[in-house]
Write a protein that binds this ligand. Sequence first.
Ligand code: IMP
Length: 427
Amino acid sequence: MTAIALLGAQWGDEGKGKATDLLGEKVDYVVRYQGGNNAGHTVVIGDQKYALHLLPSGILSPGVIPVIGNGVVIDPSVLFEEIKGLNERGIDTSRLKISTNAHLITPYHRTIDKVSERFLGKSKIGTTGRGIGPAYADKINRIGIRIQDLFDPSILKQKVEGALRDKNQILIKVFNRKGLEIDDVVNEYLGYAELLKPFVTDTSLLLNKALDQGKNILLEGSQGTLLDVDHGTYPFVTSSNPTAGGACTGSGIGPTRISRVIGIVKAYTTRVGSGPFPTELFDEDGEKLRSIGGEVGVTTGRARRCGWYDALIARYAVRVNGLTDFFLTKLDVLTGWEKIPVCVAYEIDGKRVEELPASQSDFHHAKPIYEFLPGWNEDISKAKSLDQLPANAKAYVKYLEEISGAPVSAVGVGPERDQTISVRELI
Ligand code: IMP
């Protein structure tokens, strides 16, 4: 009867896979609305671990229809690799629906992503190298290739020709690379057409009809609020809108149909790639968070940068997404510290600042001002309610709730689906 958006409140990797998977059990559709195979969701079910990059988490729940919306950029080679991997493990993927308007990532996007990063040298973004930025750039430039183009070979050829006219010049003359053959790209992509056909549909129509019929829809964000191309730490961002507005444009559902916006927030902070990160740790505490939290990228295998919880980021996520709830993840990782710092404000040029600075230069200079909360040593991984947590762990959650600006409605205390404290029903 409603659409719910679930998205990252920090720089991604907040544990969205588990949250989506958990809530996905209660909905009829799970929709990805932006990003591509730069995402990495890990879902643990029993003794099985699934790493998903492009497919919506709902693919693992038999009663759910997983949807890749128009706002996603699709690398078909990755899509079919992921489908094959799941099929080999006995997971049925035939329910998948893909928007006819989604854009395609092509070999030239991947090449340009990698070479342009190399050319940026020290100023590099630290992209995942999957061709995401160049594919979105073509979309905005109106020279992108959409899923529907695969079903019209002459249009496909025209569009590839148009795109490669510039791209080959850039590859050869600027980056000193080989150009791509139009026919190679066209033939490879025509080969995907038949495979894709059973999945492709008008997903906006499908989803709106589903809402009319009283179905529940979960809109699953990838990356996170601070990686949003409009609201994130630009230019160290991804090239799409993970924030709540993107859930509408990337799925074809109007904002009035979304009743709840849930922000997934980790009990500490991580980011991958370059860019400012005021609470980043360079000492053994950072190492400890990384090793206990398993903070290594699912997609790239890169070690994540780690730091303490930053309430300014959480409040900003409430503001730009209109968050109604937080789903706090990985509280168990903080077990074993005597004191846990929480960033409540920044010092910028000698002044105390309580909101995320609008200027990137200020953000780069921001020094965290911490409150120190008492830690706990007890194992919390089996707690089923806030009252089963040690007093200091419960106080930590309550404190975060107070300073972050939205209620904490669920708390993750371990990687399994059932290692979650439900404070308030989310659906
Ligand atoms: P791109 O999305 O590959 O263009 O990379 C742009 C920035 O977003 C880089 O800093 C990446 O590390 C970051 N990024 C992209 N996807 C994810 C993700 O799923 N989690 C965390 N960071 C991501």
